[in-house]
Design a protein around this ligand. Structure first.
Ligand code: 5GP
Ligand code: SF4
Ligand code: MG
Length: 459
């Protein structure tokens, strides 16, 4: 999912619309915006793309100098209108709004406890738990927030509105990104990705730190830490696949990092070929990196139909298969009679690679050598990415040689774990190399995962 917020700007509604629009790649199932100030709170949300959910007549009605927004890609809880965010809670005493990216791994346990104590949940999403925890604790809002966040395990970036104030926070492991920018017309913007700041004219200030709550107050940012047991375990898939190439995730530009994965793949796995082709759009950067390093020309061997959504985000396999078929075509004039190095960012279910090798061969390619700019995904992610069962993951079911045969490639090599860490080039506070979360490759989950592993086996 993608989350975005505005504090203290008279164009909160429009800026949030633009912000969400530039985060659309993070979720296309639903979108929502809450606007607010000391006088009022308004909400509009719906299923579909940002542009469809918010015609200008609807957007104009959302008044207030603050806003929180969300684009949804369903993981925990499933789809359906009742799970569309942001969530809004109004009582006689206070108004609370919540936008969440991530997944709470101890949600089932917390929900059971809360329900035993009388909570009634509206939706099946794990996000609602924060609202109920906030109601359970007493004290100032920040005290309640600190206590509530300490109960949560897993991955979260939250933007929370309370009456006329705004808060932004990240989990202790810093699994999901969240950054802050200053706006030219006054006030601040908060976003899952920095690409949204460019579109609203914001100037990046800094990332929210793991375990940190930033409270927006007038023209100041007030920082609170709810935990000191923090780590920097940023999701490596943010660099490999999710984020937009023009975003910087914890200081590392995504396009540049992807180019380095391509260069690293060349060092680890080179074969002779005529052209390098990337699977558009997410693998273009890695393919350019490979071409640069190998001095083999980068070519547009595949074109993408822009009007089909991201295949993976389609909730069922049948829709996904059809999505891939409608989405990509081979350029016969380019690929016919050629030996091709085909770069993709990742293999999850194998749908894309199998289809593309077939496309290229049908269009006359002599050889297709598939190179993947990340290691094999063997474990489900419990932190907000929709690969929830072991069975769905093709690299969990077969080794690389069998997979190569299955997708019909002439050779198949994945980037090594070390190669990925080196390419992304994240640094720890003391300047050392830092891998971030690689659990879907390694099975080393940075948090407790409760019964998620068992459930993932069963589903
Ligand atoms: P597959 O087709 O193997 O199931 O999925 C891998 C392909 O889907 C890659 O081309 C990748 O760019 C794309 N993709 C779409 N959504 C996701 C996602 O959420 N995670 C990953 N790793 N790849 C995704
Ligand atoms: Fe990201 Fe993989 Fe970790 Fe999930 S398990 S947070 S997809 S790196
Ligand atoms: Mg792709």
């Amino acid at each position: 999912c993608g989350i975005f917020g505005i504090y203290n700007n008279s164009d909160a509604n429009i800026l949030t619309y633009y912000g969400l629009h530039s985060l659309q790649h993070r979720g296309q199932e639903a979108a929502g915006i809450i606007t607010f100030d000391s006088e009022q709170v308004m909400v509009h949300k719906g299923e579909g793309l940002v542009a469809d959910v918010f015609p200008s007549s609807t957007l104009e009605k959302l008044q207030g100098s603050g806003a929180i927004g969300h684009v949804r890609y369903s993981t925990a809880g499933g789809s359906g209108y009742e799970n569309v965010q942001p969530f809004l809670y109004r009582s006689n005493k206070e108004t609370i709004g919540i936008a969440h990216n991530g997944n709470i791994v101890n949600a089932t346990m917390l929900r059971d406890q809360l329900e035993e104590n009388g909570s009634i949940f509206q939706a099946t999403s794990d996000t609602e738990i924060l609202a109920h925890l906030l109601k359970k604790y007493h004290g100032t809002f920040i005290e309640r927030l600190i206590q509530s966040l300490n109960d949560l395990d897993g991955a979260f970036a939250f933007i929370v509105l309370h009456n006329d104030t705004l808060y932004a926070m990240r989990d202790k492991n810093g699994l999901r990104p969240l950054s802050v920018a200053k706006l030219p017309g006054g006030g601040f913007a908060v976003s899952s990705e920095t690409c949204a700041f460019d579109i609203v004219g914001g100037t990046f200030i800094r990332d929210i730190e793991p375990g940190e709550i930033v409270a927006f107050s007038g023209d100041k940012l007030v920082s609170h830490y709810y935990s000191t047991a923090t780590e920097h375990d940023m999701c490596m898939m943010e660099y490999v696949y999710f984020s937009r190439p023009d975003s910087a995730i914890e200081g590392v530009n995504v396009h540049t990092a992807r180019k380095r994965t391509g260069a690293e793949l060349f060092l680890e796995s080179h074969v002779d070929a005529d052209i390098v082709v990337g699977v558009p759009d997410s693998s273009t950067s890695a393919a350019i990196g490979y071409a640069e390093a190998s001095h083999i020309p980068y070519e547009m061997g595949l074109v993408k139909n822009r009007y089909v959504g991201r295949t993976f985000i389609q909730p069922t396999q049948a829709l996904r298969e059809r999505g891939v078929r409608m989405k990509l075509s081979a350029v016969r004039a380019i690929v016919e009679g050629k030996k091709i190095i085909l770069i993709d960012d990742s293999i999850v279910r194998g749908t894309t690679s199998r289809r593309i090798v077939e496309l290229l061969k049908t269009a006359g390619a002599l050889e297709v050598h598939v190179r993947i700019a990340s290691p094999p995904i063997k474990f489900p992610c419990f932190y907000g990415v929709d690969t929830s069962t072991f069975d769905e993951l093709i690299s969990n079911r077969m080794d690389v040689a069998t997979l190569c045969e299955t997708i019909g490639a002439d050779s198949l090599v994945f980037l090594s774990e070390e190669g990925l860490v080196k390419a992304i080039g994240r640094k720890t506070a003391d300047g050392g190399k830092c891998g971030g979360c690689m659990a879907c490759f390694t099975g080393k989950f940075p948090t407790a995962v409760y019964d998620e592993l068992d459930n993932a086996n069963k589903i």
